[in-house]
Every structure is written in C-alpha cells, then in structure tokens.
Design a protein around this ligand. Structure first.
Ligand code: MN
Length: 149
C-alpha cells in the first residue's frame, strides 16, 4: 500500500473501502457508513471516517475506550454523557470512557466525521431499559433521543 492515498471526491479516499457502520446487526443505528483510513499492526490507534446520512444516527452506546472526533462535513447534534452538543465542521468532540454517546445528522445534509480510537478496544454496551429511562428523564436528552431505539 502506498504511503499516500489521495482524497477522491465526496469524502472517499484511494484504496479505502466503504463499509457498513457495524458488523453486528444487533446494535440499532440508521444510515451510517464507515471507512477505515488508518490501521496498521504497529499503530495503536485507528482513524475512521463515518458518515451519517440526512436524518440518520449512530448507535447509542458506551465503552471503556475513548473517542476523539473531528467533524468534517455537515452539522447535527451529539449526545456525550448527559450533554447535547450542537456540532459543525471542524468542531472537536471528546468522548470520555463510559460516557453514553450518539451522533445525529440534521434532516438536510450528511454528517461526516473522523474518529480516532484505540486499535484494541472493548465492545460497546447498549443501554438497558433502566439506563435508557434514566437518560430520558433529562428533558434535553429525551428530546434528542426521540423515540428511536
Ligand atoms: Mn463509540
């Protein structure tokens, strides 16, 4: 593989496959794709590009590993912990360990972001019914989540 993979149009890169967001079908999400931009045996992290189609959303999840996210295109909102954040191009979002998180695109445009993560990492947890109810008890979070899973 060349050390340079040129950017193509529309947030694609040479030699980078467009993949499904998650392999497992068990986690709920809507209209998200994944491209792994950097991953190597001697690299302890991975750099991925996710794109959420208009009206789409990533899985509501938490885990021990952390994320460093850079928004590249579009805008939307993110839930991190108990906080709902307005996000747009070049904003940086840190997702701490065990913070619930979800990214949602606006209805008008795709939301694309880079996400840096440990190469070796624990599996995400989904909220239990009780944990979801606790999140829904916060009005701003309830509004953010709506009635999607
Ligand atoms: Mn995550």
């Amino acid at each position: 593989m060349s050390v340079l993979r040129k950017a193509l149009s529309d947030f694609r890169w040479e030699g980078v496959d467009m993949r499904a967001y998650k392999d497992e079908a068990s986690a709920p999400f809507r209209s998200v794709t994944r491209q792994v931009l950097a991953s190597a045996p001697d690299l302890r992290g991975e750099l991925r590009y996710f794109e959420v189609a208009p009206g789409g959303w990533t899985t509501l999840e938490r885990h021990a590993h952390v994320h460093a996210v850079t928004i590249l295109r579009g805008s939307g909102r993110a839930l991190v912990g108990h906080e709902v954040l307005e996000i747009g191009p070049l904003d940086l979002v840190t997702v701490p360990a065990w913070a619930w998180h979800q990214f949602r695109a606006t209805a008008q445009a795709p939301l694309g972001f880079l996400c840096m993560v440990d190469a070796e990492r624990d599996r995400p947890q989904l909220p239990t019914t009780d944990e979801r109810a606790q999140l829904q008890a916060i009005p701003e979070v309830a509004l953010f989540l709506g009635n999607t899973p």
